[in-house]
Design a protein around this ligand. Structure first.
Ligand code: E4P
Length: 221
């Protein structure tokens, strides 16, 4: 299972990558516009920081087939491996996903709002499918649709991996991990909420206090 960070904030990436097993980083145009940096700065920081085994996902911005293809080639060439273009599943995007895979490019199908859209992108050969879980919840049962998608991909023997995205709660992430999702991409605040349980700090404080009171030190030896 791959756990990825959904952010372009290099400080947050470094902070969480030291503590956790981070399989990769996903960005989108909105995330990059909010960084306060140019796209070139953000991309170069990520390319410089990530280890070769960590994946990088950068989204195409053009809306027409030729523009998407040109950006897909550029993004794939940023690093020798584990670099993916994120292509939204519009009509032009679907066409580009098919063509990009025929060229041997790495592709993540994004802006997915239904299991059916995702399934069609999987048939076009997308390596990853990114359903927007929380946004899907505005139209119905987002988590349920993604659980359906997990089954659809499995029973039809397709190789695409689902990387669930657009989370707004720890519970949404938890439910999909428990359902067997292959990958998730999660924004730093939600990742922190997954690991920083206040009970853990309290328990550790109690252990240290008891040790200190009994042995007059806060270390084992
Ligand atoms: C990640 O790949 C997606 O672009 C992202 O999770 C979308 O999240 P949002 O719904 O918070 O914009």
């Amino acid at each position: 299972m791959e756990f990825m960070l959904d952010t372009a904030d290099i400080d947050a990436i470094k902070e969480l990558d030291e503590v956790l097993t981070v399989a990769g980083v996903t960005t989108n145009p909105t995330i990059i516009t909010k960084s306060g940096k140019t796209p070139e700065q953000v991309i170069s920081e990520l390319v410089d920081y990530l280890r070769p085994d960590q994946s990088l996902f950068v989204q195409s911005v053009s809306m027409d087939f030729e523009g998407i293809m040109e950006e897909a080639r550029y993004i794939n060439a940023l690093r020798p491996e584990n670099t993916y273009v994120k292509i939204p599943v519009t009509r032009e995007g679907m066409k580009a996903i098919k063509a990009a895979k025929a060229e041997g490019l790495n592709v993540l199908a994004t802006a997915i709002y239904s299991a059916d859209e995702a399934f069609m992108a999987a048939l076009n050969g997308a390596d990853y499918l990114a359903p927007y879980v929380n946004r899907m919840c505005n139209y119905g049962d987002g988590v349920g649709q993604v659980i359906d998608l997990i089954r659809m991909i499995e029973v039809q023997g397709l190789s695409s991996k689902i990387v669930a995205a657009s989370f707004k709660s720890v519970e949404q992430v938890h439910e999909l991990i428990a359902a067997g999702i292959q990958a998730v991409t999660v924004q730093p605040d939600i990742v922190r909420a997954m690991i920083d349980h206040p009970g853990t700090e309290i328990a550790v404080g109690e252990f240290t206090d008891a040790w200190d009171k009994t042995f007059g030190r806060k270390t084992l030896r």
